[in-house]
Design a protein around this ligand. Structure first.
Ligand code: 5AD
Ligand code: SF4
Length: 439
């Protein structure tokens, strides 16, 4: 989502007459895009900002802005703490970036961290500038909702990204149609809790559709061959979404379904709104609807009060599901979250680190097993941007979202689909050769 936001920022500026600089050192305007999901991500802002504002001492004409979740969280405090900083804007105010940059040129410092009265305003962004089209041929991200109303105990997102807002479905479909007409065949729908799309919320237009129906309508757009989305919340995987996996061929057989923990006690303390049994049932029903569905997940270790027994439940859940891959993190206390307000603290860092390493070793084994099981298969790959170093070496993604490195034929250009025979694997990718080129 942040990558997509960065693309939106660059695009807005491009449309307002700015051009891409040859690296940050050569830029007249530097916008630092920030994340506050864990403390480490937030620290990155301060080191980067120190560097950039140091440069501004030598080059007073340099303009500097900070966007993203740390900007939202810190707001005016950032402007006070860094007098040379020109502007600060939160994620809901991305759409106002060009205006802020114009203000900065006129020496007006800017702060945009309040909500627009009309929550749909944030979605009103210009089309991708022709200069930026073609960075990832054939593929595009599409924002369908933003914000989150779920308040998981550890998570800062509801504070930084604000309340859940679904984008008008007609606008989404118009964007997908435009993209498809321009040669995009794979869309990835984005939202904090993407499958909460369309659930009744204040300020929402009447007659809006549910997520599964949105998927159906997107699948019906001519030229769309692959639909992905991230990230869904397990509590909103309902009958209609499960049925969609059985019905929609374009819906890729991969689901990133964050579970966070395998222990019911921890899931309860996290306020996740499902338990282990419920999650496993959802997985079983999805796999019944779509045999071969690959599952990946997010996991947190060291949530306050997590015991060895709780952690063992997470490991056993990983085995039970057989996740193809996962992102795993040590719990990091974030300001203003329910867990921080409860004063739960953090576990001893060595203990959390040891658990993280054990979990990641378990995941490596599961990933290798999942890759090994694919050897001999024929897979369809959407070819990525850059050719590899070696001649005729290309890469792309299969329907299950695995990276595939393969020996390619002359027709394997970026944005095309090719058939690949899987011959081997590494911990991070499948290896193969385009059909017709084996041996
Ligand atoms: N500490 C550690 N990990 C976190 N995540 C979210 N908040 C925290 C936190 N405070 C993780 C969750 C989420 C992913 C995007 O980041 O696993 O799914
Ligand atoms: Fe954060 Fe939970 Fe919302 Fe995901 S569902 S963004 S983890 S509060």
């Amino acid at each position: 989502m942040n990558q997509h936001d960065a693309q939106k920022m660059a695009n807005l500026l491009r449309h307002d007459g700015w051009a891409r600089a040859d690296g940050a050192e050569a830029a007249d305007l530097v916008v630092i895009h920030t994340c506050s999901i864990r403390e480490k991500a937030e620290h990155k802002l301060y080191s980067e900002l120190g560097r950039v504002l140091g440069r501004k001492r030598e080059e007073p004409g340099l303009l500097v802005g900070v966007g993203g979740c740390v900007a939202q969280q810190e707001g005016e405090a950032l402007l006070r703490r860094f007098p040379a900083l020109d502007f600060v804007f939160g994620p809901q105010n991305l759409v106002h970036l060009a205006e802020l940059a114009r203000g900065a040129r006129a020496r007006v410092r800017g702060l945009r961290v309040d909500y627009d009265d009309d929550p749909q305003v944030r979605f009103e962004l210009p089309e991708l500038h022709p200069e930026f089209a073609g960075t990832s041929p054939g593929r595009a991200w599409v924002t369908v909702m933003e914000g989150c109303d779920l308040f998981c105990a550890y998570c800062v997102v509801p504070r930084t990204r604000g309340r859940e807002v679904s984008r008008a479905s007609a606008k989404i479909l118009a964007e997908v149609e435009r993209l498809a007409a321009g040669g995009v065949s794979e869309v990835t729908l984005l939202g904090q809790t993407v499958n909460a799309y369309g659930r009744p919320r204040p300020g929402m237009a009447a007659g809006e559709i549910a997520f599964a129906e949105l998927l159906r309508r997107i699948a019906a757009v001519s030229g769309i061959r692959r639909i992905r989305f991230t990230s869904p919340h397990p509590a909103f995987v309902g009958d209609d979404l499960i049925a969609a996996y059985g019905e929609l061929e374009a819906l890729c057989p991969h689901l990133h379904l964050p579970v966070q923990s395998g222990s019911d006690r921890v899931l309860g303390a996290m306020n996740r709104r499902y338990d282990r049994k419920g999650y496993l049932e959802t997985v079983a029903r999805l796999r019944a609807a779509r045999p071969g569905l690959a599952l990946t997940t997010d996991l947190i270790v060291g949530f306050p009060t997590e015991t060895d027994a709780d952690f063992a439940e997470t490991l056993s859940l990983m085995d039970e599901v057989g996740f193809t891959d996962s992102f795993s993190f040590k719990y990091s206390e974030r300001p203003g979250t329910p867990a921080a307000r409860r004063g739960l603290g953090e576990l001893a860092p060595e203990l959390a680190q040891a658990r993280l390493e054990e979990l990641q070793a378990r995941q490596r084994a599961l990933t290798l097993a999942a890759h090994a099981a694919r050897v001999g298969e024929r897979v369809e790959v959407l070819v990525d941007g850059q050719p590899g170093h070696e001649r005729r070496q290309r890469s792309g993604r299969d329907p299950q979202n695995r990276l595939v490195n393969f020996r390619a034929g002359p027709d394997a250009s970026a944005g095309r689909y090719v058939q690949v025979h899987v011959e081997g694997y590494t911990p991070h990718s499948l290896l193969g050769a385009q059909i017709g080129l084996q041996g």
